[in-house]
Design a protein. Structure first.
Length: 881
């Protein structure tokens, strides 16, 4: 096997930096082919490290000059290797000056300084998280080195009229030869991963926001000329986020200016560089013609997320990359709350839980499982995972629910106050929450340290004579790589009890006095506990884990009729959906085991969904979610020896049974919703109606292909992208006559619009048809697809590998071969993207023997290649271990 994986970095090896950098002055002479970066660093030795040399990370830099306190160094006074510049210094403080040359134009890794866009609007920008700054200038590139930055940019004025770096503007002017300069001062000390610059010919929109502290902040969004007209929604979202963070968490913005820049060339969603956020255009641009409803909501969420990082990440940053979830889990939680307060709480919760189950539970169940705070990594880029982000947010959510809204706010205030301007740890976070609430939270550290998804087993017993209801809860976590034995975790189980008509029942535990509460948290702190409720007049229907109060797999053989009561009556919208989902999973399991779902339970399920569909008071988006059963990957989670074809067939049976049972009411509701006159409105209510209408259309056409003309008509008449794509998806999955023409018409209508064409690529990549792999391979030659563009790659190859289990797992191995070839090709271009795609093979041991062998062979084929990137070597190595 290739030996290109880096040696692991261990949490237990952490040492504070021997040298600190207090001030940084950077000067850039920008040029796409060869940029010169001059740096002046004021460095100070930690007195407890008298012998330590100054080690500056440095990658892919051409060193032109090196001076200490003005004197050029002799060769024996420093070492310049492939990853570091090491200087032997006898003094306690010094001024280090370096000059390096870098080549943004050929930087396809998209880390460090690189070029984006094409032709006239090709511009320069940076991406430094996690370890990109070392590709710009030699520096101790670790998050616990916080410095003040002054940055001067020089460039050709005609090609790069806009020059930006972090912080407040501090002068600009013209130079000889058609060049110009601009200087920026960031008064807030920051780690190098938050550095950013942008230079190019971009257009801008401007707005302004006055903070609760009275600071007048100029807000700018910059984008390529053809995109600037689509930035208005993002600007509105930014102002909503700024106000919300003040009102909900007391956090105000702290510079005179805030910039956002859009790029089509980005490996992730967006980046929170101080005062200069960079966004993947996918999460910034929106208009009714070119963005879906989901697109609008994603812009709201991501603009919020990056803005909220200004406190949770920037003002208080991470001591080391093991603490990544300290900023990411907390910021995802804040983003979730923001969208929940502004749009629909129930819908956001359902979507988050679906993502957790699909992406995080599967990660936890395979060789790439790791704790929310990993204790080792060999390539940090591979730890921007569902575990660190989504499970991390669940841990914050549990703490918030245990402390209550006010207690959590007090704790968070304390955390920001104590750690402002510092690089903190998970322990610092828990300590602040503890202190502000006078509670002990140390048992929660185990949630951060232990990988794997706990299973929560529930069983119940009702004693009518004693009017007593007993609920027994037990937890178990299966071993994960490197963690054979698991400990019990604190699990907050929120419960309510109902009678069969949905009336609340008291929740008094044995031995308690006082009035009964309507909903309460049962703390499961050990492996097993029984909770005994008294004065329960009838056999109750229990609503467990309300709002999904802990990230566990609930195993509970609830009576189907009880689940139906919950679907009908639960006053927690999430748990109504949760009950419907539980019932559909049960039906799926029956169909998989015996070819057909149990007729009686199927009847219970379809009847309760029929009632939901007929209920005018119910949020249409919630009804739509109830009608959409889990994807095949999520349904197969927990199975062994998976046969993807059998999973597909069983899922389709359940889906079709529902569509057929509800055909008439679905058609009627589709008709009612079709009269809407708000085709271009983006408020949550209008979005919810479109969501339900598209769910009805899909089911109606599934039940009876003779209804496909409805989809064709919707496609032809659509006045927004959500309706157009919804209809196109139905035509494609039914392989309807006219589907090809519709695809072509769509591509022609949106020619040249990269983001919309990405959705067009995705729609084709996720079709569970036999020939999808050949079709996807052919699409890589389409003019809308470039291997160097991560959005294109994720839209086509990523969607195929990660969201189309039927086609990816085609029994002849063609899907595996195609993806492994793509991974190899991408590894020479954008290793981060190649590594992420390779995770599609991570679950190989859970498939039936034939697929298992085929997937294993592709992993071995990748492992045997020469010169794998450290990113890919890490994923392949851990997958095979
Ligand atoms: N901190 C960003 C995510 C991010 C991470 C790495 C990147 O480049 C390699 C880019 C962005 C966030 O959470 O939004
Ligand atoms: Zn983030």
């Amino acid at each position: 096997m290739s030996d290109s994986a880096k040696p692991p970095v261990l949490l237990c090896d952490y040492r504070a930096p021997a040298w600190r950098v207090t001030d940084v002055e950077l000067e850039f002479d920008l040029d796409p082919a060869a940029t010169i970066v001059a740096a002046r660093l004021a460095v100070e030795r930690d007195p407890s490290e008298p012998a330590a040399p100054l080690r500056l990370d440095a990658e892919q830099l051409e060193l032109l000059d090196l001076r200490v306190d003005g004197r050029r160094l002799a060769p024996e006074e420093y070492r310049f290797e492939t990853d570091a510049l090491t200087i032997l210094l006898a003094v306690p403080r010094a001024r280090i000056e370096t000059r390096v040359r870098i080549a943004p134009d050929t930087n396809t890794a998209l880390q460090g300084l690189y070029a984006s866009g094409g032709g006239q609007s090709r511009f320069l920008l940076t991406q430094c998280e996690a370890e990109g700054f070392r590709r710009i200038t030699p520096f101790p590139d670790r998050p616990d080195v916080l410095a003040r930055y002054t940055v001067t940019l020089r460039a050709d004025k005609a090609r790069f009229p806009l020059l930006l770096a972090n912080g407040n503007a501090d002068g600009a002017g013209d130079l000889d030869g058609g060049r110009h300069w601009a200087r920026f001062v960031d008064p807030h000390p920051k780690p190098s991963y938050l550095f950013a610059l942008v230079a190019g010919r971009l257009e801008s929109i401007e707005d302004c926001f006055v903070t609760a502290e009275g600071r007048r902040v100029r807000l700018f969004i910059h984008a390529e000329p053809d995109a600037i007209g689509r930035c208005g929604w993002a600007m509105q979202c930014l102002k909503m986020a700024m106000r919300w963070d003040e009102e909900r968490f007391g956090r105000c913005y702290d510079l005179d200016v805030f910039h956002i820049v859009a790029t089509h060339d980005f490996t992730m969603g967006a980046m929170e560089n101080k005062g200069l956020n960079v966004f993947n255009a996918k999460y910034l641009l929106a208009d009714p013609e070119r963005a879906t409803d989901d697109g609008y909501r994603h812009v709201l969420a991501v603009v919020g997320h990056e803005y909220f990082h200004n406190w949770s990440g920037n003002r208080v940053t991470c001591r080391d990359w093991f603490q990544l979830s300290l900023k990411e889990g907390l910021t995802v939680y804040r983003e979730q709350e923001f969208e929940s307060d502004l749009a629909s709480r129930t819908l956001r919760r359902i979507e988050d839980v679906r993502v957790l189950w699909r992406a995080q539970f599967s990660e936890d169940a395979g060789p790439l499982a790791h704790p929310v705070r990993p204790d080792r990594y060999s390539e940090i880029n591979n730890f921007y995972t569902a575990t660190v982000y989504e499970k991390g947010a669940e841990l914050v959510r549990m703490l918030a629910s245990v402390l209550g809204r006010d207690g959590f706010r007090r704790g968070l205030d304390r955390y920001f106050e104590r750690n402002d301007g510092r690089a903190a740890t998970v322990e610092d976070f828990l300590a602040a929450l503890e202190e502000a609430n006078d509670v002990r939270l140390s048992p929660w550290l185990a949630w951060y340290a232990q990988a794997g998804t706990p299973t929560l087993e529930a069983s119940e017993r009702y004693d009518a004579a004693a009017r007593c209801y007993e609920l027994t809860l037990a937890q178990h976590t299966a071993p994960t790589p490197g963690q054979p034995r698991k400990q019990a975790l604190p699990i907050p189980v929120v419960v309510a009890l109902f009678d069969e008509r949905g009336a609340r029942l008291p929740l008094r535990l044995d031995g308690e006095a006082g009035t009964a509460e309507r909903e309460r948290v049962l703390p499961l702190l050990t492996e097993r506990a029984t909770f005994r409720f008294v004065d329960v007049p009838v056999r109750p229907v229990a609503s467990l884990l309300r709002g999904y109060s802990a990230p566990v797999r609930l195993r509970w053989n609830a009576d189907a009729d009880d689940l139906a009561v919950q679907i009908r009556h639960d006053d927690d919208g999430f748990n109504r959906w949760f009950a419907a989902d539980a019932l559909s999973r049960r039906l799926f399991a029956q169909a998989l085991a015996s070819g057909a779902p149990d007729a009686r339970q199927l009847d219970v399920w379809t009847r309760s969904l029929a009632q939901a569909l007929a209920d005018p008071a119910l949020d249409p988006a919630l009804v739509a979610e109830m009608l959409s059963i889990a994807d095949a990957g999520s349904l197969a989670e927990g199975l062994v020896d998976i046969d993807p074809d059998a999973v597909h067939v069983a899922r389709a049976r359940v889906e079709t049974a529902l569509a057929q049972a509800l055909a008439a009411p679905l058609l009627a509701r589709y008709g009612e919703l079709s009269g809407a006159t708000d085709a271009q409105a983006v408020e949550p209510a209008a979005q919810a109606r479109r969501r339900l209408r598209n769910a009805c259309l899909a089911a109606v056409c599934r039940a009876d292909p003779a209804q496909l003309p409805l989809a064709a008509a919707q496609f032809a008449q659509a006045r927004n992208l959500t309706d157009r794509l919804g209809a196109l998806s139905v035509l494609l999955s039914a392989q309807a006559a006219g589907a090809e023409e519709a695809l072509d018409a769509f591509a022609a209508r949106h020619a040249g619009d990269a983001l919309v064409l990405d959705q067009w690529l995705t729609l084709q990549a996720v079709q569970p048809h036999d020939e999808t792999v050949e079709h996807v391979a052919a699409l890589t030659a389409h003019p809308a697809f470039r291997w160097t563009n991560p959005n294109n790659v994720y839209a086509l190859v990523g969607a195929f590998a990660l969201r189309n289990p039927r086609a990816f797992h085609r029994a002849d191995g063609a899907g595996y071969r195609f993806v492994a070839d793509a991974v190899a090709r991408l590894d020479t271009l954008t290793p981060q993207v190649s590594a992420r795609l390779a995770t599609a093979f991570g679950g190989w041991r859970r498939f039936e023997p034939l697929r298992r062998a085929l997937m294993h062979r592709e992993l071995q084929r990748l492992a045997a290649r020469d010169a794998l990137s450290p990113d890919l070597a890490d994923i392949v190595g851990r997958s095979l271990a």
